[in-house]
Design a protein around this ligand. Sequence first.
Ligand code: UD1
Length: 419
Amino acid sequence: MVVGGARLAGEVRVTGAKNSVLKLMAASLLAEGTTTLTAVPDILDVAIMSEVLRRLGCTVERGEGTVTITVPAVLGHEADYDLVRRMRASIAVLGPLVARCGEARVALPGGDAIGSRGLDFHIAGLTKLGATVETVRGNLHVTASRLVGTHVWLDFPSVGATENLLMAGVLAQGTTTVDNAAREPEIVDLCEFLLQMGAQIEGIGTSTLVVEGVERLAPVPTHDTVTDRIVAGTYATAAVMTQGDVLVRGGQARHLEIALDKLVQAGATIDLEEGGFRVRMDRRPKAVDVVTLPYPGFPTDLQPMVLAMNAVAEGTAMVTENVFEARWMFVNELTRLGAEVRTDGHHAVVRGRQRLSGAPVTAHDIRAGAALVLAGLVADGTTEVHEVHHVDRGYQDFLPSLVALGADVRRETVPDVPF
Ligand code: UD1
């Protein structure tokens, strides 16, 4: 329940990135022994990945902002549908399991309702590395007695496929080159973690990754997860929308260059501070055109937030979505709040209004859920965001953080209706 009208002011702290820590947890499977990750967010997806690892035979312990994983000498190789359907990122265990066990059986994932999200690049890449991939009763069954390094070109710089191929390549025989690789900061974090394990990787942060396979890897005593640029960008956009003044502690501006530049174009002042950045806004935002692209382009995961900002901006903006085709489901919800948005193919034209008006809406994925809460902050009256549990998958303490910044937001449990 979001009561609109508050101006956000104060400080918010950003933890480690969901999209990094889940892959680091999967990568820990590559070595027997104990690995500790720090700056781990307390979110549902980390709990789900912990359970995936436990079922593979690992011991997983959560501490304050940490996760400690002990990987046994002999691992299981199956990830079941009941967990994988709850979180698509479970597919990240595919590469490490094939590399370590020569076999993986992973259910075909579900995940966010934001598009088809195929696995063809993962499958084509692993096949090129010498694996046999079959689909058996809803599971991907991948086998390889030993993966052999090769040259893989990705049709699109897929984050998940780049990660799986990296994690397969580090224990393959010979050299694996991944061309048109994704370059997200979370991939750089994974590469740095793999280096700590003893992997040999060149071209980190570029679109050509060259991996020299090694015989074995070692567990990592401690690795600090990169901070969550999407969470940081969410609070930054909230500050702009509410004409507020927010210090985003832990936010790394260098990972958000285009996104923060868009906020500056909208009229915000952004100052780099020790260990974070401060976002100030003293007027109604100006509409800004945005085109989502793989990193370093504007992140698709911040598209719903910037679309919500444009819905209350001065002027008209064109938002183009190039990464996930079904992200417009969110637009239908935003129009329930009075937003003027028209979509056509990859494009959405948003005509800004002075204010939105509170109404019941439904979150279909993590980012849409967060963006609907932001929209509620600038809507008259109360906005009820249903199925807000999606937000728990990616944002630690989202509501308490907004409340600490001055927002009037609370959570209510809706009783089950018998029809
Ligand atoms: C990851 C992020 C997600 C982010 C996305 C793009 C995690 C857990 N999730 O998702 O938050 O929005 O990157 O930055 O890290 N595709 C194919 N075939 C494939 C693989 C991908 O067609 O084999 C398509 C997808 O349908 C999508 C596009 O490529 O349209 C991008 O997908 P990808 O980069 O792989 O995203 P994820 O790794 O799923």
